[in-house]
Design a binder for this molecule. Structure first.
Ligand SMILES: Cc1cc2nc3c(=O)[nH]c(=O)nc-3n(C[C@H](O)[C@H](O)[C@H](O)COP(=O)(O)OP(=O)(O)OC[C@H]3O[C@@H](n4cnc5c(N)ncnc54)[C@H](O)[C@@H]3O)c2cc1C
Length: 296
């Protein structure tokens, strides 16, 4: 429901730049300038990029780590070469907007996003064509309940993600999560090691604090050019076989631990089912529980 709210604010806006698409005739627009500029694009894997975007002429509003905002581009923006044609042609002036979790610290003066290319998607092929200096529209409402706000600092937290689902956890860890007194575990699953964005930063953090345990796992180890020595099981199997518990060094219970799950809906369902068997319940505003979910 709250997603609807953030999208209402968008009206067709377009950069002063000339934007074109392969699927529509080239068109020049003179509409108000978009409110963000791309300052860095980092290719993490063939289908994953980290974008840094700076607001132009406005300040990033106060937001809580774990929240998200919308990014938007007009349909006239060109799609990247790797994309496939979109199912239906869009009017060039139409703004395409989607929600993205913020990966940067809430004090940073630029916003960071970790995004997967959906080859047939409407927005990501256009995002993946952006270069440093290109304009983009950022929704000014930063929202979401997937935060550590209501979790007492002495409680342990387990942050489970697949793919780009690790983004909100980076914002939490970069902002203030490490000042908590409870233990923090990040479990990050992906097909290949090169899809494990932020792994260097997470390994570094793990090495400087005994508060953090980082458990990366990949499901296609046979494709690794260099032997992968870490976990190779699905996250739900790591949980049910007690591997996560063993690596964390404590038994997570509904009394001592809150669990955040973000990313692929199938992984979320599978992990949620296991957690519920262990007595954890889904957090809802009226019935607080220990399972917190953000599905992409
Ligand atoms: C609260 C929230 C936060 C989000 N944060 C992020 C984020 O940090 N990073 C990120 O990459 N995405 C994030 N998403 C997903 C994002 O909003 C878009 O759905 C996604 O980028 C696809 O947009 P698109 O316009 O390219 O594809 P669309 O045209 O919207 O979708 C085309 C089809 O692809 C499917 N699809 C959507 N995402 C994927 C995927 N990852 N892999 C395969 N198929 C997919 C859709 O179900 C749809 O059927 C978030 C979503 C929500 C609701």
């Amino acid at each position: 429901m709250y997603l609807f709210g953030i999208f209402k604010e968008f009206v067709p806006l377009v950069s002063i730049k000339k934007l074109t698409t392969k699927n529509t005739p080239k068109t020049r627009f003179t509409m108000s300038e978009m409110n963000g500029i791309v300052t860095q694009v980092q290719q993490v894997s063939p289908i994953m990029k980290i974008f840094k975007i700076r607001p132009v002429g406005w300040e990033i509003p106060e937001f809580k780590p774990g929240q998200f905002c919308a990014l938007a581009l007009p349909a006239s923006a060109e799609r990247c070469e790797e994309s496939v044609a979109e199912p239906k042609e869009l009017a060039p002036h139409k703004m395409i907007k989607r929600a993205y979790s913020i990966a940067s610290a809430s004090s940073a003066d630029e916003l960071e996003f970790y995004i997967t290319l959906v080859h047939s998607g409407a927005l990501t092929p256009r995002l993946f064509n952006l270069k440093v200096g290109d304009k983009i529209e950022i929704g000014k409402r930063f929202v979401g309940m997937f935060t550590l706000d209501s979790i007492p600092p002495e409680q342990n937290i387990i942050l489970i993600a697949t793919g780009t689902g690790v983004a909100p956890y980076m914002s939490m860890l970069r902002t203030d999560a490490l000042t908590r007194t409870g233990k923090i575990t990040v479990v990050h699953g992906a097909a290949n090691s090169w899809d494990l964005g932020y792994s260097s930063e997470l390994r570094l953090l793990e090495s400087v604090t005994d508060k953090l345990t980082y458990i990366p796992t990949i499901t296609e180890p046979q494709k690794e050019p260099v032997e992968w020595k870490g976990e190779t099981k699905f996250i739900q199997d790591l949980w049910s076989e007690g591997i996560i518990e063993e690596k964390m060094g404590y038994k997570p219970t509904p009394e001592n631990t809150h669990i955040f799950i973000c990313g692929n809906p199938n992984m979320i369902d599978a992990v949620q089912e296991l957690l519920e068997k262990d007595g954890f319940t889904k957090h809802k505003p009226k019935t607080p529980g220990q399972i917190h979910i953000e599905a992409f």
